[in-house]
Design a protein. Structure first.
Lengths: 115, 113
């Protein structure tokens, strides 16, 4: 099992450009999450999806949109990137289909720089 | 919503000594409290967790204690080693659906050889 995978690993954008960060999990988890981590800071929730077909805002949703494409995939879109969105973005998933667990497993992260 | 505060923000200990990190949470209905370790440039990884029906849990050199009345929980690392140097995050799961976690601000631990 690959666990949680993210693409790309690194990205540089110019202000105003758009891009989509991709996340996929192969653990049959119901819930998926997008976080951002600024230098020396903790993890802040951007959006989450409790189950396939649902999405909800987290702590810092402004400037972002998400799509839960299917049970495996959860993408994060920046429509018009701003320098304040320079950060490391982590995707995570949790919740086995049978039994259930609260544990969140994180992907390797995408390091995004907006110039 | 849930609010989690973590102290200290940095912690320097001598190899072999113990390290203690404390977190407080605001939502009395929170029922799950994981701790994550993040090495430089890596993803956060779960090291131990505790549920609200348990007061203490231990795994080799690490232990977590929970005081529901006071709404705080702590991470204890004994016999620290240089490889314990990392940033540690506490988190709490509040009332909301989706297993949503609220994270503390992190503690940078440096173990000096």
């Amino acid at each position: 099992n690959a666990g949680v995978t993210q693409t790309p690993k690194f990205q540089v954008l110019k202000t105003g450009q758009s891009m989509t960060l991709q996340c996929a999990q192969d653990m049959n988890h119901n819930s998926m999450y997008w976080y951002r981590q600024d230098p020396g800071m903790g993890l802040r929730l951007i959006y989450y999806s409790a189950s396939e077909g649902t999405t909800d805002k987290g702590e810092v949703p402004n400037g972002y949109n998400v799509s839960r494409l299917n049970k495996r995939e959860f993408s994060l879109r920046l429509e018009s990137a701003a320098p304040s969105q320079t950060s490391v973005y982590f995707c995570a998933s949790s919740g086995l289909a049978a039994g259930g667990t609260d544990t969140q497993y994180f992907g390797p992260g995408t390091r995004l720089t907006v110039l | 919503g849930e609010n989690v505060e973590q102290h200290p923000s940095t912690l320097s200990v001598q190899e072999g000594d113990s390290a203690v990190i404390k977190c407080t949470y605001s939502d009395s209905a929170s029922n799950y409290f994981p701790w994550y370790k993040q090495e430089l440039g890596k993803r956060p990884q779960l090291i131990i967790d505790i549920r609200s029906n348990v007061g203490e849990k231990k795994d080799q050199r690490i232990a977590v204690t929970l005081n529901k009345t006071a709404k705080h929980f702590s991470l204890h690392i004994t016999e620290t080693q240089p490889e314990d140097s990392a940033v540690y995050f506490c988190a709490a799961k509040g009332r909301a659906a989706g297993n949503k976690l609220t994270f503390g601000g992190g503690t940078r631990v440096l173990v000096k050889p």
